[in-house]
Ligand binder design. Sequence first.
Ligand SMILES: C[S@@+](CC[C@H](N)C(=O)[O-])C[C@H]1O[C@@H](n2cnc3c(N)ncnc32)[C@H](O)[C@@H]1O
Length: 256
Amino acid sequence: MIDKFKTLLWFLSKPTFYRHGIELFLRKFRSNCDSSLHVAQATDWAEQHTVSVQEALELVGLSEEGSETPKIDKQLVAEANSLAQQSKVKMGGAGDIHLIYAATLLSKAKIAIETGVAYGWSSLSMLAGLDDDPSSLLVSIDMPYPKMNNEGYVGIVVPHFLQKKWHLIRQPDRRGIMKAIKKINQPVDICHYDSDKSYYGRSYGYPLLWNALKKGGIFISDDIQDNLAFKNFVESKNLIFAVTEYKGKYIGITKK
Ligand SMILES: C[S@@+](CC[C@H](N)C(=O)[O-])C[C@H]1O[C@@H](n2cnc3c(N)ncnc32)[C@H](O)[C@@H]1O
């Protein structure tokens, strides 16, 4: 009870988070699309469609059969690991940085958007893969974890030299995504979704981000085994897609 009250106070102290807080409250009255049954169905579906990272890149037209998958620089990852050690707060873990890096690099992306930063492993991978053009930009949206005081550590693994291509919006998806799209103000080349993993969160975020993508743009979503949102999304649009597995979790990738 006290904990719930503290969370309420945390939201009340942040007017730009009100829409997210109201949404969380309203979800209590909606049907549960993140139940264990949905998780089981989504996991089965993801398992059935799982291919290697290289095959996934081929399926969405980013790579040719037999090519070698580009890998993020080892030194950059080693430095990022030592930056991560400086965080005094434990945050959400990284997805498959090699997939995110390869998709960004091979799509020759200049304009990228992502939701969910935490330590910033996906931000690092996208920034490292972005085109060298000085106008290249990644806009990230991240709401810090409630009551954790982790604000100072969000994006900690992104080194200074990559930060000039980076704009971080520290707000929930509800507000943050629209703000990011406005800031970018042009079609997006690649998108990575890794924030609100609930069915309703994805149902809000996916269409907005999809509409912001250019034709041929790449859309990646982490943890698609959590519910049927990614499956429903690609099926409803009849999209070519692939699924990869990383540490027992599944990542969906598709192309507009
Ligand atoms: C799994 S972590 C992201 C990991 C990150 N992509 C990486 O590779 O290091 C999820 C992040 O999304 C944030 N988040 C959760 N719900 C959110 C929401 N509704 N809006 C914005 N950010 C949210 C969390 O606070 C956390 O920082």
